[in-house]
Design a protein. Structure first.
Length: 591
């Protein structure tokens, strides 16, 4: 077989489960040295396609051709191991090769697996996934197929893996929802959409641009077809004698035109904005809290005063206490000393890593309706359970599907909907992006950007964090926590400029510099912009208020003008009060 033969060539592949057609006649190839990312919505067959490519799943039609004699390594989403074998034995049969053992130790250390003799049965699911990743990297196959390689990795591990995969001439095909990772590692994007595959020869940013062009062109094509279809439909409805046999080609063209005209492009959902979420000025105060598990210190006399409307991200390596911190806030884990003083108006909505156990025999819509029939959006608007599900891409048909038929990503999405349906004013999200497809992530990002309450996010998804949070709590380990007034990318840029020293300066080493460990903090960039905007808006509203009051006292208004301005004045005062309250809150923050 020629050297330039693709490592993988997929030709006209079709797969269905009963009446559900996942994809039909899809074709694509992966050339030597290419880094290919596969993108698709939950439930459309990404993991199934990877299982087909590695022979673990059958298919209905088509061909899968690998270059002769290449070795393929597969990282599964949920790998299985013999619980009694050691970590080192689970990685590969090293057969005493000292170089292989050394490489195994180096990679496992980077992935923070240090006890190589520990039985696999004693490891958590996340640790087992990391051992499986180490396994596929250590054995150095010609072609790597990776299903969600960044799941269960902290930010330090993800950045190490990025560098590892970028080096050398590795060939890989992977499914991941980590958009930073896609951008930095992949040079080709395959999109599985509407049962077919589209190829984009560039990274994730290039894909976003070209995908939008494709959708715009398709939308224009459908509009043109609809315009012509109306004319041709009139011609088709005439008596057959009027058409004549010589117009058979036109009749055939009509049916093709009809097919195009009846296509539908899934329009992005309107942004879901609630105006009926109220939260008071007191949110929570973390009053000198300490927490440790045996020799592992999570917090030492940590003080933090959370502000109204804050959107905070929590980052740090695995095991530094991020999830423990939010569980203490929610009262799920006791503190060793200190306390959390929480405001009376706060209603938490908690999205946990563990998820929610659903009854397999329940329908999707019934699970959400059991929580509430609708959300009061304010202004007389209501959002029903069905509308919320549809907003998060559950079609009306899927809403009446049983939980047992949902994919892992669809279950996580359903769990998210159950949290939001409770209409909380403070969202606490622990790794919300795991297993969610990119389209759902974009919808969730918009929801959180518009959310009028408070948000805490624990996530390793750097792209997601940059979109949502205005500052970070960085858990550095051994009870050290520092605050950074910006998003993750800004934090990494700042970190890269710091001089290297044996000891990292932290908030608790230098309390004067860490405004979060004091009662005052500095404004974030977003808050500064909001403060400036509010100053201008309040000035305009006060001017309008004076003008209306002067007009009402003038005695020159008509009945209609008097009625109109009388209605506007109380609305104006309410708006002014709301903006003035927020302005006062911001004015108390150190600039």
């Amino acid at each position: 077989m020629a050297k330039d033969t693709p490592y993988l060539d997929v030709q006209q592949l079709t797969k269905s489960f009963g009446s559900l057609l996942l994809f039909e006649d899809i074709s694509f190839s992966v050339a030597e040295g290419q880094h290919v990312g596969l993108i698709a919505k939950n439930g459309t067959g990404k993991s199934t396609l990877l299982s087909i490519l590695t022979g673990k799943e059958g298919y209905d039609a088509g061909e899968i051709i690998y270059r002769r004699d290449i070795r393929v390594g597969m990282l599964e989403q949920s790998p299985q191991f013999d619980p009694n074998e050691s970590v080192l034995d689970a990685c590969f049969n090293h057969e005493g090769d000292p170089e292989k053992v050394l490489k195994a130790k180096q990679i496992l250390t980077k992935l923070k697996i240090r006890d190589l003799q520990q039985p696999m049965g004693q490891l958590s699911g996340g640790q087992q996934k990391r051992v499986a990743l180490a396994n596929v990297l250590i054995t150095e196959p010609d072609f790597l197929i990776l299903d969600e390689p960044t799941n269960h990795l902290d930010l330090e591990m993800i950045e190490w893996l990025e560098g590892f995969l970028q080096r050398g001439n590795r060939t890989l095909l992977m499914v991941t929802h980590d958009r930073f990772f896609l951008d930095r590692v992949c040079s080709v994007i395959l999109e599985l959409d509407d049962r077919t595959v589209y190829t984009y020869r560039g990274n994730y940013s290039y894909y976003l641009e070209k995908r939008q062009e494709r959708l715009d062109n398709r939308r224009a094509e459908i509009m043109r077809a609809n315009n012509l279809y109306r004319t041709e439909l009139e011609w088709m409805r005439r008596m057959p004698q009027a058409r004549g046999h010589k117009a058979k080609y036109r009749e055939d063209a009509f049916y093709e035109l009809e097919r195009v005209a009846k296509q539908r492009i899934e329009e992005r959902q309107v942004r879901l904005k609630s105006r009926n979420v109220y939260i008071g000025s007191k949110i929570f105060e973390c009053q000198y809290v300490s927490k440790a598990f045996d020799d592992t210190v999570i917090l030492r006399d940590f003080y933090y005063n959370f502000s109204r409307f804050e959107k905070m991200g929590i980052v740090g390596n695995n095991g530094t206490g991020k999830s423990t911190f939010i569980k203490m806030l929610l009262g799920l884990v006791p503190v060793d000393s200190g306390r959390f003083d929480i405001g009376d108006t706060v209603t938490f909505g908690y999205f946990s890593q563990e998820g929610l156990q659903f009854s397999e025999g329940q329908k999707v819509i019934d699970i959400v309706r059991d929580i509430a029939e609708y959300i009061d959006m304010g202004g007389g608007r209501h959002f029903t359970a069905s509308q919320l599900l549809q907003h998060f891409l559950f079609t009306p048909e899927q809403q009446h599907n049983y939980v047992s038929n949902l994919s892992g990503g669809e279950r996580r999405k359903l769990y998210l909907c159950t949290v939001l349906m409770k209409n909380p004013n403070f969202l606490v999200l622990d790794e919300p992006t795991n297993d969610l497809d990119i389209v759902t992530l974009q919808i969730l990002e918009e929801y959180l950007q518009d959310f009028p309450g408070c948000v805490i996010v624990v996530s390793h998804d750097r792209y997601f964090m940059d979109k949502i949070v205005d500052h970070l709590l960085v858990f550095e380990g051994d009870g050290k926590v520092s605050d950074f007034p910006g998003n993750y990318t800004q934090y990494r840029q700042w970190q890269s400029l710091q001089p290297k020293s044996p000891k990292t300066t932290t908030a608790q080493d230098t309390p004067k510099k860490n405004y979060r460990n004091d009662t005052r903090r500095r404004m974030s960039f977003k808050e500064k912009m909001e403060f400036e905007r509010l100053t201008n808006e309040i000035e305009q509203l006060e001017t309008e208020q004076r003008q209306i009051e002067d007009a009402l006292c003038s005695g020159t208004l008509s009945i209609d003008e008097l009625t109109e301005k009388s209605k506007r004045l109380p609305m104006l005062k309410d708006e002014l009060d709301e903006k003035s309250l927020r302005w006062l809150e911001l004015s108390e923050i150190e600039k």
